[in-house]
Structures are given as structure tokens and as C-alpha cells.
Write a protein that binds this ligand. Structure first.
Ligand SMILES: NC(=O)c1ccc[n+]([C@@H]2O[C@H](COP(=O)([O-])OP(=O)(O)OC[C@H]3O[C@@H](n4cnc5c(N)ncnc54)[C@H](OP(=O)(O)O)[C@@H]3O)[C@@H](O)[C@H]2O)c1
Length: 321
């Protein structure tokens, strides 16, 4: 099969589009014929092997797994002997690994049936970003009906899902983005949009029950200022640096959580079928729709990753196979 591979860490130039062996599903795995795969910041961290901490997972000197990619949507080709919930021919979406390829294997508990009415391109946009937004708002943020929610990074992959999910869970949403994305964020259901090129959101008088922060562009003390005394701050993205990545930021959030009445939490999103099903239901109910920035053919994965690395994507960038 054809796949986007890397045998050393580095810029998108290390990627090769070439022939590799077909993966074989384990007993609890499903072989999926990939129709579309979306790009996440996770992919370029794996590709570059930075922050270096990721190499404890991906291989210290060279990548352990040669095919890049996590998010996918496609059709079940074959199932392992222990798989009970899927059968060949099912249309599915998942967060797995090695998805920038014609075929990928995914564990059964990271897979769900593709929401009805969604194309493969749209479904591939959902897993990592949608799961992160859902788990950040619902599990870490404990969002409630009527909560005032601020979403920093509202126009990106995670942010475009977060605005819609927060709204569907009863939140009164303020999105933060740059000038060209104000209309997009408002169209997703944000009650208010702050253009960070004109105003520092942490200087505004409004107080929030929940701040979901994909960017980490303002310090914790500044974020605390705009939170209610009972408010919660969820750190989704932060300054990565080249070495230990978000660990310093996570530690700062954990230390900050000891002081004061406000709750400060880091998030590490997890791939789970049940949460993919929850996202699928929100999509089928018309509460949430993936926002697609652009679509590239699989063989142009280098360009797609270069674009996502600019940090300017509006919604999701998807590869078609
Ligand atoms: N903790 C976890 O489990 C987890 C899971 C997934 C992702 N993440 C992290 O979450 C972050 C966001 O991921 P993503 O997929 O949404 O990335 P993305 O799609 O690449 O985000 C791009 C967006 O960031 C916005 N942005 C850039 N600078 C900004 C600023 N100063 N203020 C507000 N918005 C700004 C851009 O909007 P403008 O062009 O309008 O500036 C753009 O729309 C990444 O750091 C990623 O690594 C964490």
C-alpha cells in the first residue's frame, strides 16, 4: 500500500510517499481502508520528534513507527478475532496511528461508526480535535447550562469544535481569534467574539465560569483575573519548547490549582469509542459540524503539514486517500 512515511525526525522534507507492507490487525484490532485522514499538531510533533519528550513514546533516535497520522475515516476491511462491534464494510471514524496511508489498523475501543450524513473528509476531521474539545469542556471544565465560557483559539481545529459543543451544552460562549476569523467564530454560535489583535481578552471586565485555552498566550494570573471565584481554567495547548514540552506549563497549572478557590486543570485527551459516539450524536442532531479549512491529496501531505504548522488553519486540514 502507499503511505506517508518518515525514517528520521525533521521538517516535512523527511516525509516520503512510498510503498509499505499492509498492516495486519491484532485480535482486538480493525483493519480500515482509509478514505480520509486529518492533520493535527500532534503529527508534526511526532514528525519532528519535538519536544524531545515525545521521543520516549515515538523512539529515541529514530521513529519506531514509520507511518505518520492519527485521525482517519474509512471502511472496515477486516477484523481481529476478538472484535464484536464492527464488521467488514462498516463506515467508521477513529483516532488511531499510521493513518496517512491506504490502510491502517485501529483498536476496536478507539473506533466508532461514521455519523450519518457526514462525508469521509468531514468525519476524518472529528476525532482528535472533537474529543479534545468534548473532554476539555465536559470532563475537565464541568460545563453547565448557563455557564459563561471563554474559548481562546476558537478558530482552530479544537476551537471550532469547542465553540459548537459548548453552545450545545448550554454555554454562553465568547471566542478569541484574529480579525479574519471573527465572522467564522460568530457563525459557529459564539455569543461574543474577541479579536486578540485589537484587545487583550484578559483585560476585559466580564467574568467566566470556564476558560478553555488552546493557545496559552496569556499567563495563568491574567486568566485567573477573568474567571469567577468558582471558575475553572482548562489548559489544552501551551508553549511546547524543544525539550520537555508542556510539562513546565502543566506543573504551573497544577501548582496554581493548590491556591485560591478557582480550579486549574491540564488536559490530556484520550481516544475512546464512547466519546466518538457522543460526538457522532451531536453531529447527527445538527448541533456540531466539522469546519474544513482545506483538503489535500495524501501524496501532498508535506504541504498539508507545512500549512498546519503555520498555526493559521481555520478548522481542520484533511488528506484524501
Ligand atoms: N491537551 C491535549 O490533549 C491536546 C489535544 C489536541 C491538541 N492540543 C493542542 O491544542 C492546541 C490547538 O490545537 P488545534 O488542533 O486547534 O491547532 P490549530 O488548528 O493549528 O490552531 C490554529 C488556530 O490557532 C489560532 N491562534 C494562533 N495564535 C493565536 C492566539 N494568539 N490567540 C488565539 N488564537 C490563536 C489561529 O487563529 P488565528 O489565525 O485567528 O490567530 C488558528 O485558527 C495545539 O497546541 C495542540 O497541540 C492539545
Amino acid at each position: 500500500m502507499k503511505a506517508v512515511t518518515y525514517q528520521r525526525y525533521g521538517s516535512p522534507d523527511v516525509l516520503e510517499f512510498r510503498e509499505v507492507d499492509l498492516p495486519v490487525a491484532e485480535d482486538d484490532g480493525v483493519l480500515v481502508r482509509v478514505r480520509a485522514a486529518s492533520v493535527n499538531p500532534l503529527d508534526f510533533h511526532f514528525m519532528r520528534g519535538t519536544p524531545y519528550l515525545v521521543r520516549t513514546q515515538t523512539g529515541l533516535k529514530t521513529p519506531k513507527s514509520e507511518v505518520l497520522g492519527a485521525d482517519l475515516a474509512g471502511t472496515v476491511e477486516a477484523i481481529g478475532s476478538d472484535v464484536t462491534r464492527f464488521k467488514p464494510g462498516d463506515e467508521v471514524f477513529a483516532e488511531g496511528s499510521g493513518s496517512f496511508a491506504e490502510y491502517a489498523c485501529v483498536k476496536e475501543d478507539r473506533l466508532a461508526l461514521k455519523p450519518k450524513g457526514l462525508s469521509f473528509v468531514e468525519a476524518a476531521a472529528v476525532p482528535v480535535a472533537g474529543l479534545t474539545a468534548l473532554q476539555g469542556l465536559r470532563d475537565k471544565g464541568r460545563i453547565r447550562d448557563g455557564h459563561k465560557v471563554l474559548i481562546n483559539g476558537a478558530s482552530g481545529g479544537v476551537g471550532t469544535f469547542a465553540v459548537q459543543i459548548a453552545r450545545s451544552l448550554g454555554g454562553e460562549v465568547t471566542g478569541v481569534c484574529s480579525t479574519p476569523n471573527v465572522d467564522l467564530v460568530a457563525s459557529l454560535g459564539a455569543h461574543d467574539v474577541i479579536d486578540y489583535t485589537r484587545v487583550d481578552y484578559t483585560t476585559m471586565p466580564r467574568r467566566y465560569d470556564l476558560v478553555l485555552d488552546m493557545i496559552g498566550s496569556r499567563g495563568l494570573a491574567s486568566n485567573r483575573r477573568i474567571m469567577k471565584q468558582s471558575g475553572t481554567y482548562v489548559m489544552v495547548g501551551a508553549d511546547m519548547g524543544d525539550w520537555i514540552g508542556p510539562i513546565t506549563s502543566v506543573l504551573k497549572v497544577m501548582i496554581a490549582s493548590v491556591f485560591g478557590s478557582q480550579t486549574m486543570r491540564p488536559l490530556l485527551a484520550k481516544a475512546k469509542s464512547e466519546d466518538l459516539n457522543t460526538l457522532g450524536a451531536l453531529i447527527e442532531d445538527g448541533e456540531v459540524a466539522p469546519v474544513i479549512d482545506s483538503v489535500f491529496p495524501l501524496e501532498e501531505a508535506q504541504d498539508a503539514i507545512r500549512y498546519v504548522e503555520t498555526g493559521r488553519a481555520r478548522g481542520k486540514v484533511v488528506l484524501t486517500v
